[in-house]
Design a protein around this ligand. Structure first.
Ligand code: FES
Length: 154
């Protein structure tokens, strides 16, 4: 089965699960983003129809929260921690090294859609500062050489 049909079916199931339930919009948006990686206008319209809401209501809620994305993301998502411990341990430098190496600005996605580079708040492992997560993998005590080596492994 085509992956997009499969995703459509999954979104349909999610919508039917939350139909008529109050407070369902955020979990639906989160799950839809989990499926597609981001929330397009088309997906948000579908959510509005599925939950019986106005598209402007769905859009208004989604844009209020920083956790939601509205453009496609890369195959790998890099989360560069900029919490206090990482900040004082050189997070800005680490992020700029990655940005230079990948040719992307923080918050953006590489032209080949392989990487999205995000600056995020504390990742919860401050003793390893500075910390970067790539997908589900955590890398700590980073320096320039380590960052270049790690990116090379992807
Ligand atoms: S400040 Fe970076 S992991 Fe906590």
């Amino acid at each position: 089965m085509c992956a997009c049909i499969e995703k459509q079916q999954k979104l349909g199931l999610i919508l039917s699960e939350y139909q008529g339930k109050s407070g369902g919009l955020i979990p639906v948006l989160q799950q839809a983003q989990g499926l597609y990686g981001y929330l397009s206008d088309e997906i948000m319209t579908q959510i509005a129809v599925g939950l019986g809401l106005k598209p402007s209501e769905v859009y208004g809620v989604a844009t209020f929260y920083t956790q939601f994305r509205f453009s496609p993301v890369g195959e790998h998502i890099i989360r560069a921690c900029h919490g206090t411990a990482c900040h004082v341990s050189g997070a800005e430098n680490i992020t700029m090294i990655m940005a230079d190496k990948l040719g992307v600005t923080p918050g953006g996605t590489t032209a080949d859609m392989r990487f999205t580079l995000d600056k995020v708040a504390c990742l919860g492992c401050c003793s390893l500062a500075p910390v970067v997560m790539i997908d589900e993998d955590v890398y700590g005590r980073l320096n320039e050489a380590k960052v270049v080596e790690i990116l090379g492994n992807y």
